[in-house]
Design a protein around this ligand. Sequence first.
Ligand SMILES: Cc1cc2nc3c(=O)[nH]c(=O)nc-3n(C[C@H](O)[C@H](O)[C@H](O)COP(=O)(O)OP(=O)(O)OC[C@H]3O[C@@H](n4cnc5c(N)ncnc54)[C@H](O)[C@@H]3O)c2cc1C
Length: 271
Amino acid sequence: MGGLDEQGRSARYVAGGTDLAVQLAGNAAGGQPEALVDVSGIPELLRLERAPGGALSIGAAVRLETLARSADLPACLSQGARAIGSPQIRALGTLGGNLCNASPCGDTLAPVIALGGRLVLASVEGRREVPAEEFFTGPKATVLRPGELLVEVDFGPAALAGRSAFRMIGQREGQAISQVNVAVWLLAEGGRMAEVRAAAGSVAPTPVRLAAAEKLLRGQAWSQGLGREAGQAAAEEVRPIDDVRAPAAYRRLLTAALLREALAEACEGVQ
Ligand SMILES: Cc1cc2nc3c(=O)[nH]c(=O)nc-3n(C[C@H](O)[C@H](O)[C@H](O)COP(=O)(O)OP(=O)(O)OC[C@H]3O[C@@H](n4cnc5c(N)ncnc54)[C@H](O)[C@@H]3O)c2cc1C
């Protein structure tokens, strides 16, 4: 993620600094950079725009607090942002920082994947777009090239036209890192889930699509029984590990339960 500034010094981007400051203090940022490049005031990164056709663009430096408070964004994204840290952390932390930090438990990662987000990256070599689910390559690792900047995350009109929900569980109620988080997005037609995307975090080295669960759900009408089946499929397809936050077996149970709950919320009132 690092790069060189124009004098050839090693440099890192910083937005809210809520991840980077902790890593620099603990010497866990892949070496101490000689320069920090503050991207938090770049106007293009602060845009939050809805196009007339319903497409949505969110600049990388948009604060988590803004996402958490917005009533007119996809529900799972606002709920994911709301789950992060404390009001102080959300006031500083940004969407781009959460995504580029690429922690498998980051709370906006599964929502952005479930919503079909596309990440717009820029460098001196030009711009490119990467689907959110291809952005993450491992714990704290992404496809970002040295010096490349995340400019914004774009969503097609379906993201806002659909219904979505996010669920997470941590070790306590407030300011807790997700033991598992799940986001679902769906388009309902004639009482059925015509399209559905689900993603989970903290269950593999990167956030993952729950493809087996999606396959079961697509074209079906919601029922608690279907939710249990999809949850079971999701629990079997994730690859969690045992760590200080939770054992793998518990994470599988959580994946099933959180997917069921998120689906129930997203399907509420579908006829
Ligand atoms: C007490 C505490 C509690 C927390 N709780 C949670 C939680 O519950 N859930 C959760 O998901 N996270 C949590 N976090 C982590 C953190 O707050 C979030 O990940 C936040 O969104 C990071 O955003 P930032 O702007 O502060 O990132 P920064 O720290 O500024 O940057 C993070 C990384 O992204 C890079 N970067 C930033 N912006 C860009 C860009 N535009 N282009 C390219 N690279 C970029 C930086 O170089 C750095 O490597 C917590 C952190 C703390 C300190």
